[in-house]
Write a protein that binds this ligand. Structure first.
Ligand SMILES: Nc1nc2c(c(=O)[nH]1)N[C@H]1C(S)=C(S)[C@@H](COP(=O)(O)OP(=O)(O)OC[C@H]3O[C@@H](n4cnc5c(=O)[nH]c(N)nc54)[C@H](O)[C@@H]3O)O[C@H]1N2
Ligand SMILES: Nc1nc2c(c(=O)[nH]1)N[C@H]1C(S)=C(S)[C@@H](COP(=O)(O)OP(=O)(O)OC[C@H]3O[C@@H](n4cnc5c(=O)[nH]c(N)nc54)[C@H](O)[C@@H]3O)O[C@H]1N2
Ligand code: SF4
Ligand SMILES: [Mo]
Length: 873
């Protein structure tokens, strides 16, 4: 039932690295109809829930509409001159390495290119790092070690012909939903086998043949065990190894102890599951191993990446249709950032800081001062700011006050840094609160340029609307500052096309086949051709000829060994794992605006195994404090046997802007991988304790003040306003006073039960309401949320928190496209004897639009007593 369109503006989704094509049809000033682009090779018309509901995030709410200096509105001329002067003065006094940019995989390639050129070629420092350091840098380091170049040797078409797809440390069903649907389609058509390797049983496991819930951080042991098994089973490709791979001395000897038994023990997995995996691997040569943050975000991330690549190289499962290691990218332009060299450790255009590359790039840019060496990586960069060595910082398109590990230290750094400029499209984020200068950037629906997705398709993002207020494109802002710093000619770009041409020329410059990344076909692209550009993939089928980007053209097997990770500490006996929710994007500055997307999971939950919960005296729905050596925060506990014992999982999305609880960003340690500098977000020693507030409750309101005075408060968007879950001590009347607007007030209080209920009406319409209890229950949220801004409910109903004749409770919303709740689905399964996801779709529409909830529906089917079959563990 996907509706795909071809008329309208053809652009690319704002969110993940799947890179789905979108057709947006403008409807009025700031509204657009969003549909999948049937002609786009990444999605063929499909969109997930986030893409489908982009329309709810393109209004002007919360936008930064004009530049600000010191919190006051300023003209662009003044703001640009101010930033240029601060940077120039700091450089003059303290040298080029005293300034830095911290940028993002959410910049377009053109923005990224100009920022990188300014810092590395003109300021002459490589202190430009990107949030991709937190995301892909271990994959980059692993690729360079194995292939001599950061190339992802896979494409989505490989899923269509693979026999086996192994998903390692990737919750694909939630984080790359359209890729997941493609995998499911391949499975339906060809019987493709699916194995998921993840400590948690996620929705990605729903249709898997096998789930290996390994001990966190034991992926090297698992892959080494697999490799040893491949050798024992005689499926090592000796011909490929001798022609195309160099094998270091002693490589195989080091794997001798990696028996299935030792591996099962190291990974804490049942031997039979492990053998089942090894057998599947041996039997299915066309294998894709897709991996993401469960692999990259570890202090052994680079070794984990090479452990996976080793298996593929040794079995010759690379450079052939349906066979490859596949590092899937997270952000919409993570790949584009790698192409321009946006990391502090790369120079430009897939070149490093080797003298010949520096010479090439310097001549190409006619630049005065090419950086002699790599710059500071993100975690070190913020440490240097904290220590006063870096004194001027420009943050673009990222929210480091939330997303870097040890956010407390990062906030100290931002607070003490003598000069901080932030380019964002949103006015008030946890990071813009530290900015001396705020620069308004155009947002997704206004931007114009290119992005590169996970499988190397370069696609256009095109504007649907003119820029909001005085917002400007990021490349323009950077080029203006560069010009004001004196580099007029080198940054005299007229358009995004102008920048793109230069970027394409650099990729081809003195390349001579040394690097696969080569856009010579676009070096002279005209403005018109750029405007009309269809998605274009670079790199063809990488390594199909068995030749790699190393000097001897051979790939490298990299010896890696499992080390014991310190996942617990004396006062922190559990391990914190964390990651993403299906319908929220990072720090929620955009998805948080969408009432529909906020329906899926309305609170930051701490998922705990029921046995651990029992031992800690925690019941489902209790509040809990999760503490680590870096900080602590309160979450709502949810018990799940899909968690390993000893582990707790929390979402990364809630920030100070939404909440006083659920702040995962405060918890991870700032420990990094030694090769890539990527933080080990995924496993942090932690302690979980019951948090017992005197009262708990919730607030619905059409508007809210910035700060909510409660020990625990987490907010999400609902139609017409906000829903805030709260808990705290003392007199809840103080909360009512702080949160509820003036108006006609109706109130009920029951001192014995400790309940307080207040509703505020304005000319008969419900404006806000508060429901608090000390020991009793609370009314369901859905009906009340639906009453906001309506005349309908009676005083009696409002105070009761439910209608006089209640409709059945739908339960938590599963399908956000058609508003179908869990209870409705469970009821339909039972009463209509439904046994397939398709039948549920036919009966209720659920799962028939974007399809993001299909794994959740499958889970409800599996759990239903009538149809259920347990998922293999
Ligand atoms: N809905 C949504 N989608 C997104 C994003 C978003 O914010 N929201 N962000 C995008 C971005 S930038 C990125 S980088 C991607 C991330 O996409 P994913 O990598 O799929 O996302 P995560 O949820 O961070 O982590 C994936 C899994 O790693 C597992 N894991 C933890 N420790 C280990 C371990 O030791 N070994 C193994 N094998 N697995 C482990 C976790 O249990 C988790 O299920 O998602 C992109 N897509
Ligand atoms: N604990 C923990 N921390 C993590 C992770 C984890 O798994 N666990 N994952 C890490 C990963 S993989 C990633 S990618 C990061 C993401 O972390 P961040 O990059 O900090 O998260 P976002 O919320 O995407 O921040 C993007 C910011 O850019 C703004 N923005 C959007 N578009 C534009 C634009 O075009 N121009 C400008 N100038 N601004 C724009 C948005 O409003 C927002 O403020 O988080 C990392 N941090
Ligand atoms: S999978 Fe979803 S979030 Fe990712 S690009 Fe496609 S529509 Fe956007
Ligand atoms: Mo990411």
């Amino acid at each position: 039932m996907i509706e795909a369109a071809t008329d309208g503006v053809r652009t690319t989704c704002a969110y993940c690295g799947v890179g789905c094509g979108i057709v947006a049809t403008r409807q009025g000033d700031r509204a657009a109809r969003i549909q999948g682009d049937a002609a786009h090779p990444a999605n063929h018309g499909r969109l997930c829930s986030k893409g489908t509901h982009l329309g709810e995030t393109i209004g002007l709410e919360g936008r930064l509409l004009h530049p600000e200096i010191g919190g006051k509105r300023a003209s662009w001329n003044k703001a640009i001159a101010h930033v240029a002067r601060k940077f120039a003065d700091t450089i003059a006094e303290h040298g080029p390495d005293s300034v830095a940019f911290y940028v993002s995989g959410q910049l377009l390639t053109e923005d990224y290119y100009v920022a990188n050129k300014l810092m590395k070629g003109f300021i002459g420092s490589a202190n430009i790092d990107t949030n991709s350091r937190l995301c892909m840098s271990s994959a980059v380091a692993g690729h360079i070690r194995a292939f001599g170049e950061d190339v992802v040797p896979a494409s989505y078409e490989d899923f269509d012909v693979a026999q086996l797809i192994v998903l390692v440390g990737s919750n694909t069903a939630w984080c790359h939903p359209v890729v997941y649907q493609r995998i499911m389609a391949a499975r339906a058509a060809n019987g493709t086998k699916i194995v998921v390797i993840d400590p948690r049983r996620t929705e990605t496991c729903q249709d898997a043949d096998l789930h290996l819930p390994l001990k966190p951080g034991s992926d090297v042991a698992l892959m080494n065990g697999l490799l040893a098994h491949c050798r024992a089973a005689g499926i090592v490709d000796e011909a490929f190894l001798s022609a195309s791979v160099s094998t270091p001395e002693g490589f195989w000897d080091a794997l001798e102890g990696c028996t299935p038994e030792a591996t099962a023990e190291a990974c804490d997995l049942p031997l039979e599951s492990l053998r089942a995996f090894f057998d599947l691997f041996a039997a299915n040569p066309r294998t894709i191993t897709l991996f993401s943050q469960g692999i990259n975000q570890s202090i052994r991330g680079t070794d984990q990446v090479n452990a996976i690549i080793n298996v593929h190289l040794a079995t010759g499962r690379i450079g052939k249709p349906g066979a490859a290691p596949f590092s899937i990218t997270g952000q919409p332009n993570a790949m584009g950032g790698r192409e321009v060299g946006g990391l502090a450790s790369t120079l430009a255009s897939h070149m490093d800081f080797a003298p010949e590359n520096r010479d090439t790039v310097k001549r190409f840019w006619s630049s005065p001062a090419i950086s002699p060496k790599p710059g500071l990586k993100a975690v070190d960069l913020f440490r240097s700011i904290r220590e006063g060595r870096v004194k001027a910082l420009w943050v673009m398109a990222t929210n480091p006050a939330v997303s870097l590990p040890d956010a407390g230290l990062v906030r100290d750094a931002l607070a003490t840094c003598p000069f901080v400029a932030v380019s964002d499209c949103i006015a008030d984020t946890d990071t813009t609160r530290f900015a001396h200068v705020k620069l308004p950037a155009t947002g997704w629906s206004e931007k114009d340029g290119t992005v590169t997705n996970s499988d190397r398709w370069i696609s256009r993002q095109r504007a649907i609307f003119p820029p909001a207020g005085e917002a400007r494109h990021d490349w323009w802002i950077i080029a203006q500052v560069a010009q004001a710093m004196g580099w007029r000619d080198a940054f005299a770009y007229d358009s995004a096309a102008d920048v793109y041409r230069e970027h394409a020329r650099l990729s081809a410059y003195e390349n001579h086949g040394k690097r696969l990344f080569d856009l010579s076909h676009h070096a002279a692209i005209t403005n018109a051709a750029y405007d009309a550009m269809e998605p274009a993939r670079w790199g063809g089928a990488p390594f199909a000829d068995g030749r790699f980007s190393t000097p001897d053209r051979k790939a490298r097997l990299v010896p890696v060994t499992q080390i014991a990770l310190q996942n617990t500490l004396p006062h922190y006996p559990m391990t914190l794992n964390n990651g993403r929710y299906r319908d929220q994007w990072h720090t929620m500055t955009r998805t948080g605006l969408s009432p529909r997307l906020s329906q899926h999971l309305r609170e930051p939950m701490a998922e705990i195994h029921p046995m651990d919960a029992r031992a800690l005296g925690i019941a489902d729905g209790d509040l809990v404090t999760v503490s680590t050596p870096s900080g602590s925060s309160v979450f709502r506990a949810t018990l799940s046997d899909g968690q390993r014992r000893g582990e707790v999982f929390t979402p990364i999305h809630w920030t100070d802007r939404q909440s006083t609880g659920g702040r995962t960003g405060l918890l991870p340690r700032p420990l990094v991988d030694p090769h890539s500098g990527q933080p080990g977000f995924k496993n942090t020693p932690a302690r979980v304790e019951k948090f017992a507030p005197e009262w708990r409750g919730f607030v619905i309101a059409s508007a809210l003040p910035d700060a909510i005075p409660a020990a625990y408060a987490t907010r999400v968007r609902v139609q017409q306003g906000w829903l805030v879950e709260v808990a705290g001590d003392g007199d809840p009347a103080a909360l009512a006073k702080a949160l509820l607007p003036r108006g006609e007030r109706i109130e009920s209080m029951d001192a014995a039960r400790g309940t307080l209920r207040v509703a505020v009406l304005d000319q008969g319409k419900l404006r806000a309401a508060l429901y608090v209890t000390r020991s009793g229950g609370l009314p369901p949220r859905e009906w009340l949320v639906a009453q906001l801004s309506l005349f309908e409910a009676s005083t009696m109903e409002l105070l009761a928190g439910r209608p006089a004749s209640p409709a059945p409770d739908r339960g938590p919303i599963v399908c956000v496209c058609f508003d179908v709740g869990m209870n409705t689905i469970i009821e339909a399964i039972a009463s209509q004897s439904l046994v397939t996801v398709e039948q549920i779709g036919a009966a209720l529409n659920a799962g028939t639009n974007c399809g993001s909830c299909r794994p959740a529906i499958a889970r409800l089917l599996a759990d239903s007593p009538a149809t259920g079959e347990p998922v293999p563990a």
